[in-house]
Structure formats: C-alpha cells, structure tokens
Design a protein around this ligand. Structure first.
Ligand code: UGA
Length: 452
C-alpha cells in the first residue's frame, strides 16, 4: 500500500484544537498553515502567542513561528492549494434546540474542496454528528472527486491540551480510503517521534501513555468521539446523583467514589461530584448526541437524564447555601471563587461558576466574583450587578459565604486561617469537593460540600 508522504498541511480554524494541532504538526516537521479568519485572534497568533490561556502552548507557538514552519494566515488561496492534507478544526456551536450547528463545518469544507489539489486528504477534527462525513463526501463528489475524507476525532482536554496530544491514549482515524487513513495516522507517528523535544519546549513532563493507533470506518470514528464524551458526562452526572443521596444519608461521596473507583472495571476518573460539567464540549456534545439520536429515530433517554442532572447542579449548590443562610439570601455578601469551567483554562463557556453566581445574584445576594484566568471571558455572561474583581483578597473581604466553583489549586490549598480571618463564622461552599473538610470542621467555619 503506497501511502502519501505529506509535506504541507493547512489547519482551518485556529481555536483550542486547531491552534494546538497546527503548532504541534509544525514541530513534527511539516509546513503548516494555521488559517484563522478572526483578525484579532490572528494578530495575536502572528506575535507567537495564543489568544487563550493554555499551559505550555505559547513557547510551542513561538518556536514554531521562528522556525518558519508555522504560518498564520487568513487566506484559503495562500494555504489550501499547496497542501497535501487539510484539517478542519472550525467551531460547531449548538443550535437553540440542542442540535449541532454545522454551517462553519460545511462552508469550510466547501471552500477548501474548491482549492484542494488532486487526491489531497481532508481531515475532520471538529466534533460532528455521526453521518456528517458521508454528507461532506457527497458535497466533495460535486466539486472534486479525487479528494479523500478522513474523520480524526480530537480527545484533548483544555488545560492539558499538549500532554493529551503528545502522550495520547489513542489516535483514531476513520474513512473509506485506507491509504488516506494511514496517511493521517502517519502524521501522529511523526509527532510522537518528536514529543520529548516538544515537551521540553512546553515545560511539561512526559507521562506514560498507551499510544494506540486505531483505524476504523468513517461512521465509527465519528461516533467514537461523541460516545467518549457522552460516557464521561454520564459518569459525572452519575456521581452527582449519588452525591445528592449522600447528602441525605450522611455518606461522603468522595469516600464512596474513591472506593467504587478502585474497582479497575469502573475507574476513579470523572467520578468527582460537585457543581457539574461545563465548557465548550460536554454540554454541547451531550445535546448534539441526543439530537442526532432522534434524527435516526433513537431515543437516548440515558443521556437526557445525564443532561437533566447536570442542569440541576448549579441550583443545587445555591440551594445548599440558601439553607445554611436560613432561607434568606437577600443582601448576603457572597464571594464566588472560580469562573473558568475547570482549572487550567481561561474558558468560561457554560461554566457552572458563572451559573451559580447568576442564580445567587438573582436571588438577591450581593455577589463578588474572581478567577485567576477567566475574568475577561466570563464578564459578558455574568449579570450586570455582579462585581468582578482582580484579586482573591478583594473577592473575599466582608464575605458571609465563599463558594469555590473551580478547582484552581490556589483555592484548594488555602489554609483554614485564611478563611478564619475573613469572618470567624464564614460559610464555605466547596462546590468542587476539594477542601480538607476535617481541617475545616475543627474550626468554627461552616463547611458545605456536595455529597459530603
Ligand atoms: C472534554 C474531554 O475530556 C476531552 O477528551 C475532549 O477532547 C474534549 O472534551 C472535547 O470534546 O474537545 P474538556 O471539556 O476540555 O475535555 O474538559 P474535561 O476535563 O473533560 O472537563 C469537562 C467538565 O467536567 C469540566 O467542567 C470539569 O470540571 C467537569 N468534571 C470533570 C467534573 O465535574 N467531574 C469530574 O470528575 C471530571
């Protein structure tokens, strides 16, 4: 089997996935165009930086740019025609009904197909509903029949994007054209060969990784991605359901999940109960999967339940605080620590911390919020009467209660004395279940966990 040896690659869309992919492939030795239509974002990338916070990414972009192998552009004409492989990493926002909005996916594919050279490979990295690849192949057949389509789903997490991509459990590529699937896998072999030197540039530590290469059919590759995210979301909602029972029965959900997760068949990961999942992926992928199931006449009730539990969690956190305040939030001064949807990122999309802040503010509390990285991104989603501050100390001063909504280590590691000096009868709502409840229990402070 003769597989193509690509030299030039275009990555359409330089967001979390696209920018990481483009910069890494440049370090793997390919000439990579990172195509970003948003001028403000492109200007930042051209300075050798990322427009969002992702640990280790800036030095990787900077060195790639200096090598001349990484070329930021907004032009399809300058990048696509000379590329052997074109990756699509454009956004897939959700429609109001929960289905995936694929307008960027289709328009990027169409624009690229008109310019791609004969027998080039188009690689879909954006998360799309199963069946989308078949539709794009139909579109390609009307533009250029020689193009090959491969689905190569992305499994990186924000905050650990480089670790996840370099030290991967598996790379999946699926399509009808075996050689093209192997071409895509070969890019990752090249990347794997360079990973220690890239890890050194990014100052991240190497981790053990399974490193499996998996070739599948097209529809399977598409379904693998959403199934993986849906299952992880299911685990979180399951843990949160058990947390509600633990609250009523006096069990501690952390103790429960530590022991349950010690069973190899179950695993401890993604069983952390708390304020629920947020971000640009799980909420959208769960609703997208439900909606794509319905398109095929399949009712994924189990995912609807997971979505329902998740939607209830910010309100559940607020309710617990309300009870501690004897049913009266009016005028209570509440500090929200954490607006990012998880630690390690500036991303606040569908962030539970933002949801909790808004619920409490609507209920009459005086809310002050702080995040070490996400203030700027969270600003527009916070109700206007919430005060956003630039430091932890400004956030907590005069607080009646503190809500920890993101598991940033700088919050989790605060000593008991820190809380005591704010207010000796402070209420601490640990919505990420990360604090030492035993240490806090020995003080006068009131500790409220989720299922603890
Ligand atoms: C997720 C997947 O983990 C990635 O594999 C996937 O590539 C990515 O979506 C995507 O589709 O692009 P990400 O959204 O970056 O990654 O973040 P996660 O670390 O998975 O966390 C998602 C949410 O679940 C966060 O709000 C986190 O706080 C929450 N979470 C996670 C819990 O509430 N409990 C847990 O036990 C784990």
């Amino acid at each position: 089997m003769a597989i193509m040896q690509p030299s030039t690659i275009t990555v359409l869309g330089a967001g979390y996935v696209g920018l990481t992919t483009a910069a890494l492939l440049a370090h793997a030795g390919y000439t990579v165009y990172a195509l970003e239509p948003n001028k403000a974002r492109l200007d930042v990338i051209k300075q050798g930086r990322s427009f969002f916070y992702e640990a280790g990414l800036d030095p990787v972009i900077k060195t790639a740019l200096e090598s001349g192998k990484f070329i930021p552009t907004n032009s399809y004409e300058d990048s696509v025609p000379g590329s052997d492989v074109v990756f699509s990493c454009v956004g897939t926002p959700d429609n109001p009904d929960g289905s995936s909005n694929l307008s960027y996916v289709f328009s990027a594919a169409e624009q690229a197909a008109k310019l791609m050279k004969q027998s080039a490979v188009f690689v879909q990295k954006s998360t799309v509903p199963v069946g989308t690849g078949a539709k794009i192949q139909e579109l390609f057949s009307t533009i250029n029949q020689s193009l090959h389509y491969v689905s190569n789903p992305e499994f990186l997490r924000e905050g650990t994007a480089l670790e996840d991509t370099l030290f991967f459990d598996r790379v999946v590529a699926g399509g009808d054209h075996t050689e093209s699937v192997q071409t895509v896998l070969s890019l990752y072999h090249q990347l794997e060969a360079q990973r220690d030197s890239i890890a050194a540039i990014a100052a991240i530590t190497s981790t053990e990784a399974k490193g499996e290469y998996i070739a599948t059919g097209l529809a399977s590759a598409e379904l693998i991605k959403v199934t993986a995210n849906a299952f992880l979301a299911l685990k979180i909602s399951f843990a949160n359901s058990i947390a509600k029972l633990a609250d009523k029965s006096g069990a501690d959900v952390v103790e429960v999940m530590d022991a349950v997760g010690a069973d190899k068949r179950i695993g401890r990961a993604f069983l952390n109960a708390g304020r629920g999942y947020g971000g640009g992926c799980f909420p959208k992928d769960v609703s997208g999967l439900i909606s794509s199931g319905l398109d095929y006449g399949v009712d994924l009730e189990i995912m609807q339940a997971a979505q329902g539990v998740n939607g209830s969690m910010p309100g559940y956190v607020a309710e617990k605080l309300l009870q501690a305040l004897n049913g009266n939030l009016e005028g209570a001064s509440i500090a929200i620590l954490g607006l990012a949807f998880k630690a390690g990122t500036s991303d606040s999309r569908k962030s539970p911390g933002v949801a909790i802040a808004n619920i409490l503010s609507k209920a009459g509390a005086v809310v002050t919020a702080y995040d070490p990285k996400a203030n700027e991104e969270a600003k527009e989603d916070l109700l206007s009467n919430i005060t956003l501050v630039d430091s932890l100390d400004d956030c907590v001063q005069n607080a009646t209660a503190v809500v920890i909504a993101t598991e940033w280590s700088e919050f989790a590691s605060l000593p008991v004395t820190f809380y005591q000096q704010i207010n000796s009868s402070l209420i601490i709502v640990d919505a990420v279940n990360k604090l030492d409840k035993h240490a806090l229990a020995q003080s006068n402070l009131q500790y409220i966990g989720i299922g603890r």
